[in-house]
Design a protein around this ligand. Sequence first.
Ligand code: FAD
Ligand code: UDP
Length: 381
Amino acid sequence: MSVKRAIVVGAGFAGATAARLLAEKGYEVAVLERRSAAGGGSNETLRPNGIVAQRYGPHIFHTKNEAVFRFLSRFCVWRPHEHRVLGSVRGALVPIPFNFRSIELLFPPAESEALKSALRRYYPADARAPVLALMTHESAMVKKLGEFVMEYVFLRYTAKQWGIPPNQVDRSVLDRVPVVMGYRDTYFDDPIQMMPWEGFNALFANMLRHPGIRLELALAERDGIRLDAEKGRVLWRGAPFDGPVIYTGNVDALLDCRFGRLPYRAVRFEFEDLPLDSYQPAAVVNYPNDWEFTRITEFKKITGQQAAGATCVLREYPTDSDRHEPCYPVENPANRALYDRYTREMRRYPNIVLCGRLAEYRYYNMDQAVASAMDKVAAID
Ligand code: FAD
Ligand code: UDP
């Protein structure tokens, strides 16, 4: 019987999931990763002071998708972790998503009571409403609160994060962080919110440990896949490759940016190690104001690591610069049209499947990248 071979480009959540599932279908899978470690955005590093930090920003696993959770649970033991975020607003640290406690901290008592009772009139307890919906609400009180939240929580953060004003940012992006009509203060609303006990690196090591998987790290450019445009086929190490190829990198790069660069917002990450038990009162503090960074993460408070007298914090500076890793697809109709142009061109290579946050140009969370890979591999024999 001939050996079935597959290639997976990229060893983040999408790539590692695809590789594992293909290997379990009997494929011999080469996973080609240009970084020196697997894990994609969730990869961890050990700081000189012994603190585990996430190299590409705070990553907390959360999902509604039980199939994804069951799949990942094969590779780790979980620790329940509800993520909480504070925002530095007018000199106070208030819960984000903005909730009743945030109102109480920022408005005088009488006004705060009036705002909360207006919200209670229109929304069930703990409902979550997009800030843009509040801003166009029929109630003047609700509208006023919406405008306040836009001004003090979204405006400057969004301008820093995306380099454009909020009215040019796709609505779905702002809807990720709604206003909460009660005191619930978890950042995410998903029923499953967890961190892997031994970290994401261990989760990836377990997922990729399979006799059918060969992981190639720190891959040189010349060892990656190539496209033979004339014959519409994939070349790998000088020979045609006609098995399934799951590609999880930037799609424009695969086609030499021939239709122009597809915009991905990047982030410059600045770490600081400190001889402190604790730096800030929450795992993440957002700075929706004039600081150049968007947020500060203190990793111990996400990973649960116990370490006296040592901590590590990360400041995130969004940028367009090519010198930093692409992190966020920039959703808008023009970019979607450009992306579609690239995917039409990719139809010439029928054995390539685009999968994951970069390749599908979707603002996926980790669980959605896993779900996409599960779907895509299910369609491969
Ligand atoms: P990636 O993780 O980006 O992996 C792609 C991999 O492919 C990378 O390792 C890359 O080096 C490699 N690669 C790319 N091109 C090539 C090539 N040509 N050759 C070889 N290798 C290549 N999600 C959550 O669920 N919870 C969170 O709390 C969360 N926080 C986030 C915070 C930040 C700052 C960012 C940017 C994202 C966050 N996410 C979070 C989203 C999460 O990072 C993504 O959903 C997830 O990483 C997507 O996995 P992926 O495999 O599609 O892509
Ligand atoms: N956002 C904001 N202020 C905040 C938090 C979020 O303006 O305090 C906006 C901002 O535009 C951001 C978007 O909401 O890009 C989505 O936030 P999320 O925390 O989901 O972003 P991520 O964790 O993916 O960086």
